[in-house]
Design a protein around this ligand. Structure first.
Ligand code: GRF
Length: 210
């Protein structure tokens, strides 16, 4: 039986596409967005994936919205919930409910640059290596156990946009890889450190095409 995946997104959905097109042993059983007009939701609909819009503006507060979101997710009985550009902070109750089966991708080499505007901040700090991270979600924002990271060089003439594009290409490699490992039951989380059951694969990616 394949791994049932629910994807949450708020925007263009390129990570959803990368996961959907990677030939993974998973079934995307729902794509849910807090933004009804998200391009990723339209893409899901066009590609025959069950697409659900839950407009956060219609709820009194975060707790009320997250309770409804959790209820909607549970209806699809997922083994895994994937945050793919989901731009809303999740309440502790929500995270507690899905902890251990909730993955996120963040556009920096965590624990550096949690939060927003990671590419601008990386350039402002003058770092020479930047990248992206897939991690399990915990109550501490952008700090959960790390599954896989990819590094990219920072160039002297980079702008936030050129750097973001270079990082995004790697996001599209490592997110499908992380989802595959999860689906295959290969991720072992011991005391906040995630390792692979058989350690032949690498959890660090140093692309050559950059
Ligand atoms: C990605 O950069 C991801 O790392 C961040 O939000 C962005 C989503 O992009 N969390 P997309 O919607 O998957 O194209």
């Amino acid at each position: 039986m394949s791994c049932r995946v629910v994807v949450l997104l708020s925007g263009r959905g390129s990570n959803l596409r990368a996961i959907a097109e990677a030939g993974l042993p998973v079934e995307i059983v729902a794509v849910i967005s807090n933004r009804p007009l998200a391009a990723g939701l339209a893409w899901a609909r066009e590609h025959g994936l069950p697409a659900v819009a839950l407009d956060s503006a219609e709820f009194a507060d975060r707790e009320a919205f997250d309770a409804k979101l959790a209820e909607e997710i549970e209806r699809h009985q997922p083994d895994l919930v994937v945050l793919a550009g989901y731009m809303r902070i999740l309440s502790p109750a929500f995270i507690g409910r899905f902890e251990g089966r909730l993955l996120n991708i963040h556009p920096s080499l965590l624990p550096a640059f949690p939060g927003l505007k990671t590419h601008e901040r990386a350039l402002a700090e003058g770092v020479k290596i930047h990248g992206c991270t897939v991690h399990f979600v915990t109550a501490r924002l952008d700090h959960g156990p790390i599954v896989i990271q990819a590094a990219v060089p920072v160039r002297a003439d980079d702008t936030p946009d050129t750097l973001a594009a270079r990082v995004l290409r790697q996001e599209h490699r490592i997110y499908p890889q992380a989802v595959r490992w999860f689906a295959e039951g290969r991720l072992v989380n011991k005391c906040g450190q995630v390792n692979l059951k058989d350690d032949s694969a690498s959890q660090s990616v140093f692309p050559t095409e950059n």
